[in-house]
Write a protein that binds this ligand. Structure first.
Ligand code: IPE
Ligand code: IPE
Ligand code: MG
Length: 271
């Protein structure tokens, strides 16, 4: 009997797993122009996955660690260069103190335990998000991972922690206003390019493909600026059951899509 992704057995989040190139199957071979350079993932559905098994929500967050590592390995295998993952939003502070406490401690713990492995895989960890309110221990763990992996060039893993798309846009507008007040920028000269240069991580390109797990079809304040022309994909699989093969399926579907960026492709020639 073939299990649906939703029914897959929980995996041990601490287990060591197959790294890039060590999976039993090879990734689909596609021309590099059809591989998304930047994939952004909304890792949703941890709570529901756990509750459906009679477990507390935090067990779902734990199981999500393995899915994340497997997805990173799969992204490397298929040739993705930037992978952003929504870990904690500026709205997630609305959750119970116990859940917030768990997520904060677990985030530092995962960074601490997984950095050596990420280093081996050539992954550069980056943090995107707001400083205020985020636990100091998490900021320290993120900065340590950033320092220890800064020389890596295989894949940039952008951890969006205490991240909100509107918060980033407001913070960017504030930086530009400061530049104007200090005489470094002229108001008439502010355009989309100026704006993009003042984002949290200005060197990361726009998102090509956004994937959201667990069936919810919304953006939930994720990368609002960078998603402008992204292809959107919503998969029913809850995050803890997501894996590299499902990522490859998403990339295959992406490769079949027709991205036009506002231009027109004529099937019948205009005279
Ligand atoms: C996503 O899973 C993880 C975080 C938001 C931290 P959820 O915790 O939102 O899981 P559901 O959506 O309630 O199932
Ligand atoms: C988005 O998921 C945030 C993360 C995955 C970190 P949520 O579960 O918080 O989003 P909503 O509340 O369903 O929109
Ligand atoms: Mg959710």
């Amino acid at each position: 009997m073939k299990l649906t992704p939703y029914e897959r057995a929980p995996k041990d989040p601490y287990a060591s797993l197959c790294g890039p190139g060590q999976w039993s199957k090879n990734p689909p071979v596609l021309p590099s122009s059809e591989i998304p350079q930047h994939i952004a993932i909304v890792m949703d559905g941890n709570g529901r996955w756990a509750n459906e098994r009679g477990l507390v929500r935090t067990e779902g967050h734990k199981a999500g660690e393995y899915a994340l590592m497997d997805t990173i390995a799969g992204a490397i295998d298929i040739g993705v260069r930037y992978l952003s993952v929504y870990t904690f939003s500026t709205e997630n502070w609305k959750r119970s103190p116990a859940e917030i406490r768990f997520i904060m401690s677990y985030a530092s713990d995962v960074l601490e335990r997984r950095t050596p492995q990420l280093n081996e895989w050539g992954v550069r960890v980056r943090w995107s998000g707001r400083h205020p309110r985020l636990w100091k221990s998490v900021v320290k763990a993120l900065q340590k991972a950033e320092r220890e992996t800064q020389q890596n060039t295989t894949l940039d893993l952008v951890m969006c922690v205490n991240y909100g798309g509107r918060a980033e846009i407001a913070d960017t507008a504030r930086r530009i206003a400061q530049g104007v007040a200090e005489g470094r920028l002229r108001p008439e000269g502010v355009n989309e390019r100026t704006f993009a240069r003042h984002l949290y991580l200005p060197d990361i390109p726009d998102v090509d493909l956004m994937i959201r797990s667990s069936g919810e079809q919304r953006v939930s304040n994720y990368l609002l600026w960078q998603l402008a022309y992204a292809e959107l994909m919503f998969v029913p699989t809850p995050w803890p059951a997501f894996d590299r093969e499902e990522l490859w399926d998403c990339v295959l579907e992406y490769a079949g899509r027709d991205r036009r960026f506002g231009a027109a492709v004529d099937q019948v020639t205009l005279r």
